[in-house]
Design a protein. Structure first.
Length: 443
């Protein structure tokens, strides 16, 4: 067993609890600062249909009302009761029994009080195991809040991405309507063939179908977000897109690993599994009990007090099998920590490189939008002069719209990656203040 997971039974969690409490303050930063903001601005009294929903408010709603978070809070409350129950094992146990036989019509009643004096560490191990599991259950609340926060920002950014695409799509429909009017006039004047009218009509219908598809996706995404936050809304306040992760990846990775509520939960699950192993081993040890009995009826004395030594290792060699089972669970829990650590690091790296890539792409797409806009406008003029074909005009129009789609995808995928980095590294509270400062009305 690694030294870092061994614990003395008498002072078992003082250092660990202090470390966890310090981390808990960091883990609670999001909930405390976000909720503090909510109270200051009376978010609960704000009607969602009278003001655009900010990403901060959406986060508050998600972590306060989502069933997955509520479930973890209830599980934590249950773990506290389980810890209280485990502590009662150190107190006396009271039992009573009554028996009668055919030889005597006078029933015998026995009241027994047992006070455990030494159990080979079983009671202490059970208490400390339950304590570790309670701390892990507390960390699971923050883990659930972190998970639902990421799910919420994914839905939030998807809505804004679709909204940006819809703006470009509506402009595309309007331009295709203008081009159709242009070619219809030319066809009526017998300047252009009817086939070009057919092509323009088909392109217009295609643009309208694309718009309808985007609006359908937007409606579905809006429903997803409303389900996550358990509240309907009419508008979103568009946050500023600020992509700045810093130049160093390794400190960010370490920050995320130190902050991770999932790793904290697993760490205390490993500690709890350590004590489960100790509890299973204690079954092989005799137990010393102080026992007092009161008798009524029969030929027994009135009372009797004595020391009792009990050894109950179970059927056959089952105790050794139970120890092996507990040790396997402990090793599995530790292996799970390594897997989660790797997945978390991989996720941070992916999001970090995504942000770096998007920062360069955004500038390129902005220049591409300007270039395709100029090419499209130029193609319309050249077509009127007979120097461009009608298909060329429509293709330039398509490229202009595609460039705006690419910019929308890049901006909001980068925003999502940035938000995931901030959430996973515990820096979301500060980042929200930056977003609030530059937000604007949206959908």
């Amino acid at each position: 067993m690694p030294d870092k997971f061994k614990r003395n039974e008498l002072g078992i969690f003082m250092v660990d609890k202090l470390i966890f409490c310090l981390r808990l303050l960091s883990l609670a930063a999001l909930s405390f600062l976000i909720c503090g903001y909510a109270i200051a601005d009376d978010v609960k009294s704000t009607k969602v249909d009278s003001a655009p929903l900010t990403i901060r408010e959406a986060l508050i709603m998600a972590i306060q009302t989502h069933p997955s978070v509520v479930m973890k809070r209830n599980e934590y409350a249950g773990s506290i009761h389980a810890l209280d129950s485990a502590k009662w094992q150190r107190f006396p146990a009271v039992s009573a029994s009554t028996s009668a036989s055919q030889a005597s019509s006078n029933p015998v009643t026995i009241l027994t009080i047992e006070q455990p004096l030494w159990t080979g560490g079983r009671i202490t191990a059970n208490i400390e195991s339950t304590k570790a599991k309670a701390i892990a259950s507390e960390a699971a609340i923050f883990e659930a809040e972190q998970n639902i926060s990421i799910k919420m920002v994914s839905a939030f950014s998807e809505i804004l991405r679709l909204q940006s695409r819809i703006v470009a799509s509506k402009e595309n429909v309007e331009e295709h309507e203008r081009l159709l009017e242009l070619i219809e006039r030319r066809a009526r004047n017998q300047i252009s063939p009817e086939t070009e009218v057919v092509i323009a009509t088909a392109r217009l219908q295609q643009a309208k179908s694309e718009l309808i598809q985007l609006q359908t996706q937007l409606a579905n995404s809006k429903a997803d977000l409303e389900q996550i936050i358990s509240t309907p809304f009419n508008q979103l306040r568009i946050p500023v897109i600020k992509l700045d992760t810093g130049d160093a990846l390794e400190p960010l990775l370490q920050q995320a690993l130190d902050y991770s509520p999932q790793l904290n939960r697993l760490r205390y699950e490993v500690i709890g599994a350590d004590f489960d192993v100790d509890a299973k081993k204690a079954v092989l040890m005799p137990q010393l009990t102080l026992r007092h009995q009161e008798f009524w009826g029969g030929n027994y004395p009135n009372n009797m007090t004595y020391l009792a030594i009990n050894l109950q290792p179970g059927n056959g060699l089952s105790a050794f099998s139970n120890i092996k089972e507990a040790q396997s669970k402990r090793e599995s829990a530790e292996s799970n920590m390594d897997l989660v650590r790797k997945d978390l690091a991989d996720g941070i790296r992916t999001d970090w490189f995504k942000v770096q890539s998007v920062r360069a792409e955004i500038e390129i797409y902005k220049k591409l939008i300007e270039a395709t806009k100029k090419d499209y406008e130029s193609s319309v003029r050249l077509y009127a002069a007979g120097r461009k074909g009608w298909t060329d005009v429509l293709n330039f129009r398509k490229e202009a719209t595609a460039a705006k789609y690419q910019l929308a995808d890049a901006e909001w995928s980068g925003f999502l990656a940035m938000m995931k980095i901030k959430i996973n590294s515990g820096a979301i509270a500060e980042y929200l203040s930056v977003l609030d400062a530059g937000s604007a009305n949206g959908l």
